[in-house]
Design a protein around this ligand. Sequence first.
Ligand code: TRP
Length: 427
Amino acid sequence: MTAPVRFLTGITTSGTPHIGNYVGALRPAVEASRRPGTENFYFLADYHALIKCDDPARVQRSTLEIAACWLAIGLDPERVFFYRQSDIPEIPELTWLLTCVTGKGVLNRAHAYKAQVDKNRAAGVDPDADVTAGLFMYPVLMAADILMFKAHRIPVGRDQVQHIEMARDIASSFNHLYGEHLVLPEAQIDESVALLPGTDGRKMSKSYDNVLPLFSPREELRKQVFGIVTDSRAPGEPKSVEGSSLFQIYEAFASREETQQLRKAYADGISWADAKQTLFERIDREIAPMRERYDALMANPREIERILQAGARRVRERATPFMAELRHAVGLRNLATQAKAAGKAKAKAALPSFKQYREADGQHYFKLVDAGGALLLQSTGFASPQDAGRAVARLKAEGWKDGDDAAQLGAGVDAAAVRSALAQLAG
Ligand code: TRP
């Protein structure tokens, strides 16, 4: 079996999902989560929400809505990792370790921060007016989200690519200093994903107030669809699909044949009222069953809370031991297991190693020792050197777990030290 490719996506919980989010991000993510050979992490970025929103009720409401939305559109929380960022204390903990290897100059160049500074300069006010340290640190928190779960691919819009590059740079700096612990992530931009126009023809975006909310009641959706701006051509006059946001939104929902039919209807002079009715019915056909699930979930926040907490327990099974490994790597260590080789330069040059040997009993053994030669793992006896070698290879590839029957911890060694050593060898 080849190792799974890990995908990870977060959504900031400061708004209400609209049809543009659905078509551009949510629907493709749910489809992607069903690919075999992948692990998929979807989380509610509620720490990120605090950066732009200081209204507690809105953060709570948005977290509930976005969680309900993911579940309603078909994300299966048993099959993916579905959790809330603030339930994972290891994330802010990792954020600090990463903060300490991130150049301030790198953060000075982050788009979101720079945009605010440029705006302030243009307005002739203090360059840092309205800039919180949270906004400045945004990319580091995001790097922690990603690096915590060793994610390989991050599906994002173009606006987020710089953040993924920063996460890579931060991970490289960390690995350079402390060994190969972190996986370097890559942005994945799906060019084919539609950027939907809103009701006024500009990109659908909350900031333009031109969105079709994803789960408004049916009658409200109808009103909103009928509010889409069109030109003034009369019924019977041929209409152009070029630049028609109504047509583009239809295309994002319809099959190829349906799209062809509407194209023809445009040419034949369909009235805007009929075209809007067609679009409304088409969206509603796809959304109605999800809306029903959404309403049921929104009426049962306890169930959503239960699902999120179960998700948090599952991801913390990874985050907790990994954080222990990283703490060890940087020197936040149990003092009873003090490393023999003191001094950073020495620790950097020397690596832990496996040693294989034969004992007087005729059996073959191996041990894992740290850079200073102290025993970390001691194997049981194997009949042949090949058997011992295979066990070593497995430990290198898969790591060591409590109760591993090939090798046991040396006296006074903690598991984090072993994981840290194996991670160094894996790199
Ligand atoms: N910054 C992302 C956005 O606003 C949300 C986010 C937070 C995220 N952490 C992430 C996305 C990690 C991908 C990976 O859209």
